[in-house]
Design a protein around this ligand. Structure first.
Ligand SMILES: NC(=O)c1ccc[n+]([C@@H]2O[C@H](COP(=O)([O-])OP(=O)(O)OC[C@H]3O[C@@H](n4cnc5c(N)ncnc54)[C@H](OP(=O)(O)O)[C@@H]3O)[C@@H](O)[C@H]2O)c1
Length: 305
């Protein structure tokens, strides 16, 4: 089958190549999915799991991409809950070959049914950003209606989902990002926007929840803005500073079929919009994933147009 592989960590996304790879074999409780569309997170080349397996062994050449929408083409031994021919979407294991390929082996429990009226391209854009937003706001951030949320990178893939879900839940949303992202963040439901290049972040005052996708100095300064009893949620590693009288949490998104169902339900009824930028074929994926200009929105690879 055709797949994108990486072999050299130092080369980053520039080291991606389109090659022929052996067909994936389904393990116990796996399905094989015929990939129709694949999502990719730009920082994947920095994740240890892209290069080594759970025992720390080199697993190159590895196939990146860990979210997909597609059709189940085979079942592994003992697999229940999904059937051949079913449309699915979801998250794949970080330490196994991923979704920038014509087919992938995935544990069935990592996937959810994709309704027939949701495009594969849309389906592939939801798992990582949607689940990260859901888990950060509700499981870890324990958001309550009426609370204020500072959403960094509010026009990005994760931030757009956080902004919309928090807004729907009845929170007051303050988005941040580049100057050019102001209108996009407001359109996704932010009530205020902070241009991190020109405005003073601290002028926002205290907030109940910070959702940090940037880290570094922005993350550190945000800790000081959390009100007593509030929470700083980071998806970019352990926070370098903690709220004086609140919680600091960092987490990595997990597969969750029920939450995927909640997310796709909102996409179907119009409560949630995806944030897709470029859509490219697998043949054009290397160029699309190495943009020469600033990319806005998620790049989706349409593997089976
Ligand atoms: N822990 C987890 O489970 C998990 C899950 C998903 C994602 N992540 C991580 O979360 C981060 C964001 O992912 P994403 O897919 O949402 O990326 P993305 O689509 O690139 O969104 C990030 C947004 O933040 C903006 N931004 C970044 N640094 C900024 C700065 N200093 N000032 C102003 N704006 C800034 C970006 O603008 P520019 O594009 O102009 O920089 C972009 O709009 C990545 O590091 C990713 O690895 C973690």
């Amino acid at each position: 089958m055709k797949a994108i592989v990486v072999t050299d960590q130092a080369a980053g996304t520039a080291g991606m190549t389109l090659v022929e790879r052996p067909e994936p074999e389904p393990a116990i409780n796996d399905v094989i999915v015929q990939v129709h569309a694949s999502g990719f997170v730009p920082t994947e080349m920095e994740w240890p799991s892209t290069w080594t397996d759970r025992l720390g062994r080199d697993r190159t050449p590895s196939i990146p991409g860990h979210e997909l929408a597609g059709v189940v083409s085979a079942l592994g031994y003992g697999t229940t809950g999904l059937s051949v021919g079913q449309r699915v979407f979801g998250l794949t294991d970080w330490t196994r070959d991923g979704t920038l390929a014509e087919r992938v082996a995935v544990e069935a429990r990592n996937l959810a049914p994709l309704p027939g009226d949701v495009d594969f391209t849309v389906g592939a854009s939801l798992p990582i950003s949607g689940l990260t937003a859901w888990q950060g706001l509700f499981d870890h951030g324990r958001l309550k209606a009426g609370q204020s949320v500072l959403v960094h990178g509010a026009a990005g893939a994760v931030g757009a989902m956080v902004t919309q879900l928090a807004h729907e839940f009845g929170a007051y949303v303050i988005g941040t990002g580049r100057a050019a992202d102001r209108q996009k963040a407001l359109d996704f439901g932010a009530q205020e926007f902070v241009d991190l290049g020109n405005d003073v972040l601290e002028d926002v005052g205290g907030v109940d929840l910070v959702f940090d996708v940037i880290g570094g100095d922005i993350g550190k300064r945000s800790a000081g803005m959390v009100r007593p009893g509030g929470t700083l949620v980071s998806v970019v590693g352990p926070p370098e500073a903690r709220p004086a009288d609140g919680l600091a949490i960092d987490f990595v998104v997990e597969a969750d079929r029920a939450q995927l169902g909640e997310i796709v339900r909102r996409v179907r009824d119009g409560r949630l919009r995806t944030n897709i930028g470029t859509v490219a074929t697998l043949d054009d994926a290397v160029a699309a994933l190495n943009p020469t200009e600033r990319a806005t929105g998620k790049t989706i690879i349409s593997v089976r147009p």
